[in-house]
Write a protein that binds this ligand. Structure first.
Ligand code: NAD
Length: 262
């Protein structure tokens, strides 16, 4: 049986290493037949991403810092030249100064607020606008969010505000791009053991708490997040756009911890 994404071309942004959520998604997209290109942030990450990209048959690696318009322009120009058409974009990028992913939200600095929102939310808009001319046959744009967007999570602080803005951007982009057959969705995993995840104060406690209390008594896996991405990127997700799909073992339905943990 051919893969669900046979003939589709996807750009994956945000692989730092083999624990990255973007990598879990890339593996799943490739397993369903998608041809992939990758961006990486600077040379050091590039060295780690190259063998991963090669392992799924990709030789398109583009150095992109989303705060640098020229690097975004160059990457999309290169993709246009090489492929001419793009079907899937995965935006798995976020950043905040680690010093402000601990302590009180009220102490958020103006500089870090601007940078966090720029990298973690605004970049999706820049990426979407550049994707449009290449998504000539419609397409799918996916981003990654977290439940800290609408509920207070210890030390998530400014990133919660950035994710709230990101989820709203998903809805506005979905409305703008819908007439061109482009769907825009966010996947919201529970806590994952990644570089970005480890930067948040108390990350290990949050991970253990979710695992101990989620209805499935398990955290999300890269495979499950990848599977959700395949669904959203394939024709099976044809009528879903502007959505935030939660992949967290069911944790978000709880009103309080399980009785054994109170
Ligand atoms: P990760 O550290 O593996 O990936 C984060 C990526 O963001 C890295 O590849 C990094 O290079 C990239 N990035 C940061 N600033 C950038 C910039 N200026 N230009 C280009 N790239 C930049 O961590 P991850 O957990 O896989 O994060 C991916 C996404 O998933 C993020 O949006 C994150 O907020 C989200 N998410 C993570 C968790 C978690 O618990 N780890 C949970 C829910 C959502």
């Amino acid at each position: 049986m051919p893969g669900l994404l046979e003939g589709k071309r996807g750009l994956v942004m945000g692989v730092a290493n083999d624990r990255s959520i973007a990598w879990g998604i890339a593996r799943a997209l490739a397993a369903q037949g998608a041809e992939l290109a990758f961006t990486y942030q600077g040379e050091a990450f590039g060295k780690r991403v190259q063998p991963l990209a090669e392992s799924v048959g990709s030789d398109i690696l583009l150095d992109v810092d989303v705060t640098d318009d020229a690097s975004l322009d160059a990457a999309f120009a290169a993709l246009g030249e090489r492929w001419g058409r793009l079907d899937i974009v995965v935006h798995a990028i976020a950043f905040s100064n680690k010093d402000e992913l601990t302590g009180r939200f009220v102490d958020t600095s103006r500089a870090n607020f601007k940078q966090s929102l720029d990298i973690s939310c605004y970049s999706l808009i820049e990426v979407a606008r550049r994707s449009l001319p290449l998504m000539t046959e419609g397409g799918t744009i996916l981003t990654l969010t977290y439940a800290g967007s609408n509920r207070v999570t210890p030390f998530y602080n400014v990133m919660g505000v950035a994710k709230a803005a990101l989820e709203s951007a998903v809805r506005y982009l979905a409305n703008d791009l819908g007439p061109q057959g482009i769907r825009v969705n966010a996947i919201s995993p529970g806590p994952m053991k990644t570089l970005a995840g480890a930067a948040i104060g108390g990350a290990r406690k949050t991970y253990r708490h979710t695992e101990a209390n989620a209805p499935l008594r398990a955290n999300a896996t890269l495979e499950a997040i990848g599977g959700t991405a395949v669904w959203l990127a394939s024709d099976w997700g044809a009528c879903t756009t502007g959505e935030v799909v939660t992949v967290d073992g069911g944790y978000h339905v709880l009103g309080m911890p399980q009785s054994e943990n109170i």
